[in-house]
Design a protein around this ligand. Structure first.
Ligand code: HEM
Ligand code: HEM
Length: 106
């Protein structure tokens, strides 16, 4: 088996989605470390500073953005027709946006 690790080309998925996918991945490393630190290891400093809820909201946003871009990239790699792909990506995007909006605003 080859030792090469392949990631997607920005030319395939679009440059902005490519950057945002990776930026949210890096952000998630930090946010999930904080989240698990608080929930599992009982770190209280974020509660005391009053920033835990905003950080949790940001985690929700980052998870859904990153997840959307990952599923979008996978959909773009299918053999589906152009219109079907566009419809599927838009449907997914609207669904994810609705979930995040209802959770954060509602
Ligand atoms: C052992 C691991 C985990 C534990 C014990 C845990 C526990 C919790 C708890 C208790 C809450 C509610 C916090 C509150 O409302 O004050 C929460 C919220 C949340 N968790 Fe986790 N979690 C874990 C792992 C994860 C992972 C791996 C992710 C992301 C991939 C994640 C994403 C979130 C998000 C986005 C929220 C906010 C949900 C919302 O506002 O509706 N958690 N978690
Ligand atoms: C520390 C946290 C995370 C890091 C560092 C990370 C990093 C990455 C990277 C580098 C990629 C590959 C992008 C590409 O080749 O185009 C990826 C893909 C993906 N990620 Fe994450 N990710 C994390 C958490 C998550 C979470 C919590 C979810 C779920 C919401 C998620 C869902 C996905 C999906 C669906 C893909 C596409 C998978 C595929 O096509 O095989 N990731 N992630």
């Amino acid at each position: 088996m080859s030792e090469a690790t392949m990631t997607r080309s920005p030319a395939t998925v679009g440059y902005a989605p490519w950057i945002i996918h990776r930026a949210t991945a890096v952000l998630l490393v930090i946010l999930l470390a904080i989240h698990v630190g608080v929930q599992v290891f009982g770190i209280t400093v974020f509660y005391e500073a009053g920033v835990y809820q905003p950080l949790l909201d940001l985690t929700l946003l980052a998870v859904f953005t990153h997840g959307f871009l990952g599923v979008r990239a996978t959909l773009l790699e299918t053999t589906w027709g152009r219109t079907t792909k566009r419809l599927a990506v838009w449907a997914l995007g609207i669904l994810f946006l609705a979930i995040v909006a209802i959770r954060l605003i509602g």
